[in-house]
Design a protein around this ligand. Structure first.
Ligand SMILES: Nc1ncnc2c1ncn2[C@@H]1O[C@H](COP(=O)(O)OP(=O)(O)O)[C@@H](O)[C@H]1O
Ligand SMILES: [Mg+2]
Length: 351
């Protein structure tokens, strides 16, 4: 599946834009501030309902208008389908697949899986566990669509429990909700761990290939509670503290992929460039694993050449060329990128 046509209306600086793409590599080049990143952002937004930049949804809508629209025509073998989404400043979200209404964002995420890598990708290594949790959860979701149902069940139980702890509710009620929480959390953990085990060796081997000077890299899956306790035992042990703080102290909402280099947290010892390369290895492994599971994501690479030396850039580019996926790349330096991606379709983005 690939995006054949994209129409953008009132998305950031782009009031009316239309593109016809190749199913291989598409490159947007042009000066700063012309809207290159916004084009990728519109594709990412259609797929996930979120931006990869930190912002409110209102800032995505062009300042002079009250709504935005993103329309794509998808080609799947010989079939063509269309998806369009509309978001208004009041928060109303509407979507259509061909002539029928879509009510859930997740349906679009299933139809058009998009993986975006932006210049702030190093956050994955540098910042808190939530970044790595989201990373693993999206990976599982793109392969196992019903994962979202399980994930929502855990969310619901933990929300309920937190409010019961806060209100110091009666023990029977807490016991009942903890029982459901344990059941769903254990199922969730099992799936996460399964995918972690698959992606871990790919990350290690890609990092070695990309940057062999990252010494003694170790990845460790932390499920969110003690290795030596069952979740039931953990909750029993935590009960007093959960009631005291009005919040679950342990559970799958604390899951993390801990990254250590030379026995220290990677965030504390790696340079920013190394963090970027390591994070790129995570995403490349993600894409490789999706393909192993038969999922062909669309890949957006924003400012691909930013902060990468020529050697790393050529290794990353080679990986993506060989992936045979539909790529959307932005760059300020078109000549360098043009030489690497010789068969790409180029789009000059101007003010
Ligand atoms: N909601 C908006 N309405 C109008 N213009 C916007 C909006 N949000 C951002 N912009 C403008 O878009 C431009 C940045 O676009 P961007 O896609 O980041 O450019 P590039 O990637 O080509 O550097 C800036 O000029 C910014 O002021
Ligand atoms: Mg940009």
């Amino acid at each position: 599946m690939f995006i054949n046509k994209l129409k953008i209306t009132n998305f950031r600086i782009l009031q009316e834009k239309e593109f016809n793409f190749t199913e291989n590599i598409n490159i947007f080049h042009g000066d700063n501030g012309t809207g290159k990143t916004s084009i990728l952002e519109s594709i990412h937004y259609l797929s996930t309902g979120k931006s990869f930049r930190k912002c409110s949804f209102k800032s995505l809508i062009n300042v002079d208008f009250n709504y935005l629209n993103v329309f794509v025509e998808l080609v799947n073998d010989d079939f063509k389908n269309t998806i369009s989404i509309n978001k208004s400043k009041s928060g109303l979200w509407k979507a259509r697949f061909n002539n029928s209404t879509i009510t859930k964002q997740s349906q679009i995420s299933n139809l058009v899986p998009v993986v975006s890598i932006d210049p702030e990708v190093y956050r994955l290594v540098d910042l808190g566990p939530i970044n790595r949790r989201n990373f693993l959860d999206w990976l599982v979701f793109h392969v196992k669509h019903d994962y979202l149902i399980l994930w929502k069940k855990v969310q619901k139980c933990s929300k309920q429990l937190n409010s019961l702890y806060k209100s110091k509710a009666n023990t029977n009620e807490i016991d009942l909700w903890e029982k459901s929480f344990i059941e769903f959390s254990e199922q969730l953990n099992e799936v996460r761990e399964l995918f972690y085990k698959q992606i871990q060796p790919i990350i290690l081997s890609l990092t070695k290939h990309m940057q062999s000077d990252i010494c003694n890299l170790e990845l460790e899956y932390y499920k969110g509670w003690s290795e030596v306790l069952t979740l039931k035992e953990q909750l029993t042990k935590d009960r007093k503290r959960n009631l005291l703080y009005g919040q679950l102290q342990h559970g799958p909402h604390k899951m993390d992929i801990k990254i250590h280099v030379l026995n220290n947290p990677a965030s504390q010892v790696l340079s920013r460039g190394q963090k970027k390369v390591l994070s790129l290895s995570f995403y490349m492994a993600y894409i490789q694993l999706l393909q192993n599971h038969g999922v062909k994501p669309i890949v957006c690479l924003d400012d691909l050449d930013a902060e990468l030396d020529d050697n790393k850039l050529s290794k990353v580019s080679e990986f993506f060329i060989q992936s045979n996926l539909q790529l959307f790349i932005t760059t300020v330096l078109s000549n360098k990128i043009k030489k690497i991606f010789t068969n790409a379709q180029m789009f000059h983005v101007k003010h």
